[in-house]
Structures are given as structure tokens and as C-alpha cells.
Ligand binder design. Structure first.
Ligand code: COI
Length: 357
């Protein structure tokens, strides 16, 4: 157990809350933030909750130059009884340290992170929106703060948690999205940083995303970075296919992020005795299954997106429409069950939710 006491300095100037019916994703932030510093010799120190505010950094701070950053995303919900609930927060904190390891960032005390996270959500509990499809998105992240232009791991870091009341991630809400299968650009390669939650992976995805949006697609489906043959992930979500009665998803590898929602969906499907398989899936194979009338549903899974049905996929100019462009029964059941568990309205079979206060 970490013995560090979190210093708390509350705001005297609370902000106005947004209209819960008009929330989009990640544009509004709560009243407070959690901060923790690292310096060589001292380790992680000075945990604090302070009013939400800009941070001041030297222009030579390494965060501005070489991309040595990691982040996480998780959500808090308010139960009917008014309790703040977190969904599987330990999975995110463990993954934060796995990303740290890949990016040469010092291991962070997981109990201290969890304690800071819970305290922050407790303090800003009134920022948890309750309108359907809304939640409080939690964004922990680490930046290197040493002022140094040499390419080396920083000797100083700042860990920060901010909170944002959000609506759905895609403008489509929980309605099906159109996805472009990317053939030119790649997001990650084996041996690279694809498995880590680091800013560079997202920067690498922007160009393809920009081109896809101009053609009317919400997202890009990434293929493997070597042969551009095997399906990997969407970037903001993992991907699942229901084919001939079986649910399949790409097996994890060095260039796929291990999603917490992905893991939860696999467990729920197994619990419901729906056959679920993790394996390498060639894009060509998927289009063949489609021609044989075997593709029943496609959906993405992610913290921000929860479950996002895919209504259309386009690869090399060939468009396929899945389930008549409508949300399929498995995607709907998964969305209802997961959000039900997250809000404490469904039995928590797996003890996934953690009460904050
Ligand atoms: C999440 O689902 O939390 C993500 O990290 C996806 C995205 C908003 C970057």
C-alpha cells in the first residue's frame, strides 16, 4: 500500500455544467485534476488534487519533441442509488504500466494511481452525467517534462488525471458507422509501439483518418503493417465479426492494443455460450465470407465507443453493407448489458464495477 497522502486543494470557483443532452466527446472538463510528479532519485511524489488549470512547461520539455507519452481512458457512471461506479479500473492502471515499460517511463505505483483516481471522481462526482449514452470519461496520462533536446528517456515526468463528461464518441451515437479498410498507410508494426497506449500511434493514424473522413467514413480499419493482409484494429476500438454463428476477433499481437472492453466482450460472450474465437483474420477471407452470405454482424469495442456497430466496410473500392446497415442483435445485447453493468443496473456477474464513495 502506498503511504503517500494526497494533498487536496479545492476550487473556489466551480464551473457551470454543460447541458447533458448536448454532450459530445472530450470537449468539457470538470473542476479538478490529479497531479503526481516524478524526478530521478525521488521517484513519484507529491500527489495532489488541484483546481483544473493549464500547466506551465519549458519549451524544451521533452513532451514537445519526441513523443514519449502514455495515456489511458476509462469511465465513471452514476448508479440509480447515486453511487459513482468505475468499470474495471485496475485493468487500465495495469495497462498504463505496460505502456510505461515500452516507452521507458518509470513504473508508477498502481495503488496510488487508483487512490488518486477514486478521490478525484469522488470530489467531482456531480460532473457524472446521467442522460442516456453519457458518462464521465477519465483520462490519465504521463508526459516527460525534463528540458532537454537529446533523444533519451526523460528524467522528469508529470502524471495527470482529468475528467470529461461525455456523450457518444461517434456522431452516429450507437447507430452503425461506415469504416474504410486502409490500404496505403499503416498504424503499427510488430516490434513497434502498437500494443502501447502512446500518442505516436494516434498521430500515425491521422492522415488515413483525414482521407477516410473526406470520403464519408467515420473510422479506418487497420491491416497489419507488413503484408496489409490481416485485420488488426480500428485505432479507437478493437473489432469483432459474427460469421456463420461464431464471433471472431483478431488475436492479440505486438501491434494491437489489448482493449478492456474487448476483454469484457469476450468474457460476456463465453458466459452466454456464444462461440467466440481469437484468430488471425485476413481481410480477403472476410470479403469471401461476405460473398457467401456468412457475415451476420460487425462491431467495434472500446472504452470511448463502448460497442459501435459497423454498417458498412469499404476495401479497395468494394463496399459491403452489413446486416442492412442496421445494429445486429449481438451488438445490441452487448451494449445494453455492458452499459447496464457499468451503471449498476444489471447483475455484475464478474465483479467488474468498483464503487468510489
Ligand atoms: C478509449 O476508448 O478510451 C480510447 O482511448 C480511444 C480514443 C478516444 C483514443
Amino acid at each position: 500500500m502506498n503511504e503517500q497522502t494526497i494533498e487536496i486543494n479545492l476550487t473556489t470557483n466551480k464551473k457551470e455544467k454543460p447541458n447533458p443532452e448536448q454532450l459530445s466527446f472530450g470537449k468539457v472538463f470538470s473542476d479538478h485534476m490529479f497531479t503526481l510528479n516524478y524526478s530521478e532519485g525521488k521517484g513519484w511524489h507529491d500527489p495532489k488534487i488541484i483546481p483544473y488549470q493549464p500547466i506551465s512547461l519549458d519549451p524544451a520539455a521533452m513532451v514537445f519533441h519526441y513523443g514519449q507519452t502514455v495515456f489511458e481512458g476509462l469511465k465513471a457512471y452514476l448508479s440509480e442509488e447515486g453511487k459513482a461506479l468505475l468499470f474495471r479500473p485496475t485493468k487500465n492502471v495495469e495497462r498504463l504500466n505496460q505502456s510505461n515499460q515500452r516507452l521507458c517511463i518509470p513504473h508508477i505505483d498502481e495503488e496510488l494511481v487508483l487512490a488518486g483516481l477514486k478521490k478525484l471522481v469522488e470530489i467531482d462526482k456531480e460532473w457524472i452525467p446521467t442522460a442516456p449514452g453519457t458518462s464521465l470519461y477519465i483520462r490519465p496520462f504521463i508526459i516527460p517534462t525534463e528540458a532537454y533536446l537529446g533523444v533519451a528517456p526523460s528524467q522528469h515526468y508529470q502524471f495527470i488525471i482529468i475528467l470529461s463528461p461525455v456523450g457518444s464518441y461517434y456522431k452516429e451515437g450507437i447507430n452503425p458507422v461506415k469504416i474504410h479498410v486502409e490500404n496505403q498507410y499503416v498504424r503499427a508494426v510488430s516490434g513497434g509501439t502498437g500494443k502501447a497506449k502512446t500518442g505516436g500511434n494516434y498521430a500515425a493514424s491521422l492522415k488515413a483518418q483525414e482521407v477516410a473522413s473526406t470520403k464519408g467514413f467515420s473510422q479506418v480499419l487497420w491491416l497489419d503493417g507488413v503484408e496489409k493482409k490481416y485485420i488488426e484494429e480500428v485505432g479507437s476500438m478493437n473489432i469483432f465479426f459474427k460469421v456463420n454463428g461464431e464471433v471472431i476477433t483478431p488475436a492479440l499481437n505486438e501491434s494491437i492494443l489489448e482493449g478492456v472492453t474487448r476483454n469484457s466482450v469476450i468474457q460476456l460472450l463465453k458466459y452466454w455460450e456464444v462461440p467466440v474465437v481469437e484468430k488471425k483474420i485476413a481481410i480477403e477471407e472476410l470479403f469471401e465470407w461476405y460473398s457467401n452470405g456468412l457475415v451476420e454482424e460487425v462491431f467495434g469495442t472500446g472504452t470511448a465507443a463502448v460497442i459501435s456497430p459497423v454498417g458498412e466496410l469499404s476495401w479497395h473500392g468494394e463496399n459491403i453493407v452489413i446486416n442492412n446497415g442496421e445494429t445486429g442483435p449481438i451488438a445490441k445485447k452487448l451494449y445494453d448489458t455492458l452499459t447496464g453493468i457499468q451503471k449498476g443496473a444489471e447483475p455484475d456477474y464478474f465483479e467488474w464495477t468498483v464503487t468510489v464513495d
